[in-house]
Ligand binder design. Structure first.
Ligand code: FEO
Length: 402
């Protein structure tokens, strides 16, 4: 019987058997505007091996794709779990039930996580960096990538095919019918890869650089990088491009000028934001002014990643930050952007605590704060707006000084 879903052939031995989540928009708080994929891979050898699984609701889609290649899922012998987060292991209990695999391989931390998530005492064979397993004619070698981005994370290298299966690393949230990066417009790849890095990996930049530095020493001839989200990298140019982008992202050189983000209740903080942005522009800085009414936290994070100046504005509401500003600052502080000049501003009616809270949060993130915060009561006057404009000029001057 023809299957509803079919696998995509990558090579004579390797098939994509994952799932496309076309309409996911909220991925644990990350706005996935182009949906996502959960990539899983079937390797045909004497020991038929499944590398990673999919999010739980997509288990049947994965099984259908597997059946389209080998007829019955219980022909699989081995399952490798490179990463235990539920978007890649949610379907594992169903897979174990259907496949009854001879062996399941994961890192030691992966074993703990998979047992905890599944709530069962899974029989897992743990593997360490440098360990290899024979799957017949070919060999899988494992390299642990602890905290990139979970303690359990590891990558698997299929020597005969020269393929590196990298779980989340080098992936992006991008649903599509094409399997390979070279089949997508470059600007979409660049945006979604950057967004993924900004929202998932930015706080781990040092570990990313260490991993990139260690790659030549691993002596792997990599002809394809196969992440667990989005398109696969199959040409030498594309592999070099994504590795180069990861280094660029991790170095946090802040190539774009300034981001001003704000929330507003009755328009006062918005006026301040616009005056500040205009001062930055006049000072020669490329600036983007983003209201939190229409910009999701994950889009703000993407803009923050390559902004040298980050200005945040909030009204004071019940002695606190406006909730959407508090949300973004909390999110930002976890992702630890580096090398930023910060600036705080906002309007208030009675007490005006919000501006200091922004400045304190920026200080805690090691942002330089060379220009005094600015707060105005009720509604900014012409003089207040001129002051904001001048603060924009002053920030631009600071940026030029370096
Ligand atoms: Fe795609 Fe960290 O899971």
């Amino acid at each position: 019987m023809k299957e509803v879903f079919t696998a995509q052939k990558i090579s004579d031995k390797v098939y994509w058997v994952g799932a496309v989540d076309w309409n996911v928009r909220n991925f644990h708080g990350y706005l996935t505007g182009r949906g996502s994929t959960y990539n899983a891979f079937l390797v045909l050898d004497k020991k038929i091996t499944l590398i990673d699984t999919v999010k739980a609701p997509f288990a049947e889609e994965m099984f259908s794709r597997i059946r389209s290649v080998i007829g019955e899922v219980d022909k699989i012998d081995y399952i490798v779990s490179n990463h235990s987060e539920p978007d890649h292991s949610g379907a594992l209990p169903a897979a174990i039930e259907a496949i009854k695999p001879e062996k399941i391989f994961a890192s030691a931390a992966g074993e703990k996580n998979l047992k905890a998530y599944s709530g069962t005492d899974l029989d897992i064979t743990t593997v360490k960096t440098g360990e290899s397993i024979s799957i017949g004619d070919d060999t899988l070698t494992f390299v642990e990538t602890k905290m990139l981005h979970w303690p359990d994370s590891m990558v698997s290298y299929l020597a005969g095919e020269k393929m590196l299966f990298t779980q989340d690393a080098f992936g992006m949230h991008l649903a599509g019918s094409s399997l390979y990066a070279d089949e997508y417009p470059r600007h979409i790849l660049e945006y979604e890869a950057k967004k993924y890095f900004a929202n998932i990996l930015l706080h781990l930049s040092g570990k990313v650089i260490a991993l990139l530095d260690s790659l030549p020493g691993l002596d792997l001839d990599i002809q394809m990088i196969l992440p667990d989200h989005g398109p696969l990298w199959r040409t030498p140019e594309d592999i070099a491009w994504i590795l180069g982008k990861y280094r660029e992202f991790a170095e946090q050189k802040n190539t774009r000028g300034a981001l001003v983000f704000y929330a507003t209740m009755w328009g006062s903080t918005a006026k301040m934001a616009n005056a500040l942005a205009d001062g930055l522009r006049e000072g020669g800085v490329q600036v983007e002014c983003a209201s939190l009414d229409v910009n999701d936290r994950s889009d703000i994070m993407t803009k923050v990643m390559d902004a040298a100046i980050v200005a945040a504005g909030s009204p004071t509401m019940n002695n606190q930050l406006f909730p959407s500003v508090a949300d973004v600052l909390t999110y930002l502080s976890g992702l630890k952007p580096q090398n930023k000049i910060g600036y705080a501003f906002g309007s208030y009616g009675w007490s005006g605590e919000a501006v200091k809270k922004i400045a304190d949060s920026m200080f805690a993130m090691n942002m330089a704060l060379p220009v005094e915060p600015c707060k105005v009561k009720y509604r900014p006057t012409e003089a207040d707006l001129k002051k904001l404009h001048d603060d924009g000029l002053a920030l631009a001057e600071q940026l030029k000084k370096g």
